[in-house]
Design a protein around this ligand. Structure first.
Ligand SMILES: NC(=O)c1ccc[n+]([C@@H]2O[C@H](COP(=O)([O-])OP(=O)(O)OC[C@H]3O[C@@H](n4cnc5c(N)ncnc54)[C@H](OP(=O)(O)O)[C@@H]3O)[C@@H](O)[C@H]2O)c1
Length: 219
């Protein structure tokens, strides 16, 4: 049951709990902007922060985490491997760089950001992720923007089943087949742009439903 910012879902790898809600920092500038955003979020009950190497703001995120009084083990920090780093050694190095910028000893969740099938390297990247996971540097590994056939292909050779698939998901893009596939394989679907970058807030049907339940359209 999703009650508040601390409510969690349990991932498929033996008990890692991921908050249902988190703050994403895509397009938030490194430095003061991202620092203040994350600091405010942590002070107001958020436990989960979602960044990525390509967002170029991991240092600011890390500084806000460091300055927070919340114990590290209560937080859930996600970052993502960028497309250019999917070769095995590059993936290991990219992870270490992200960890270093964040100033952390481990990540809670690390995702392959996009499958980029034309590169044909996401399985190589997955091997690197599995190694980092087995070495205890990441509590859970997953993917992002993977379709059913990418997941099927990945899982054919995988030792570790992805815990999460983070995809665009909101009332105007419900991805029903993909969601069903993820449920069948016990992969947690995680929504990015759950409000379609604010656009669903002007949807009259959603506004009417919200009004009937005495909620805002976002809630
Ligand atoms: N894996 C991927 O490829 C991928 C891709 C895109 C995003 N993501 C992740 O998903 C996160 C969320 O994506 P998103 O930023 O597009 O999410 P979103 O929640 O769909 O959109 C955020 C926008 O909605 C507005 N908004 C939020 N709550 C509102 C409310 N109650 N009333 C009015 N406006 C509201 C915000 O306005 P303000 O700016 O005024 O706050 C902001 O412009 C990203 O930060 C990133 O971490 C991942």
């Amino acid at each position: 049951m999703v009650k508040n910012l601390q409510s969690t879902t349990t991932l498929n790898n033996g008990g890692v709990k991921m908050p249902w809600f988190g703050l994403g920092v895509f397009q938030v500038e490194d430095g003061e902007e991202v620092y203040n955003s994350v600091k405010w979020a942590l002070e107001h009950g958020y436990k989960s922060i979602d960044t990525a190497a390509i967002y170029q703001n991991e240092e600011g995120v890390g500084k806000a985490i460091k300055d927070s009084i919340i114990p590290r083990e209560e937080l859930f920090i996600t970052s993502k491997l960028w497309n250019a780093d999917q070769a095995y050694e590059d993936a290991i190095q990219a992870f270490e760089t992200s960890l270093d910028k964040l100033g952390l000893d481990y990540l809670d969740l690390y995702l392959i950001h996009w499958p980029v099938p034309e590169q044909n390297k996401y399985k190589e990247a997955w091997k690197a992720m599995e190694k980092l996971y087995k070495d205890g540097k990441i509590r859970a590994i997953g993917v992002s923007n993977f379709k059913e056939h990418h997941l099927e292909d990945l899982m054919k050779d995988a030792e570790v089943i992805p815990t999460v698939n983070q995809v665009e998901y909101h009332p105007h893009l419900q991805q029903i087949d993909l969601h069903e596939f993820c449920k069948q394989h016990n992969i947690q679907l995680e929504a990015w742009s759950p409000l379609k970058q604010g656009q669903v807030l002007t949807d009259q049907t959603l506004a009417d439903i919200a009004k009937r339940h005495e909620k805002s359209t976002a809630r």
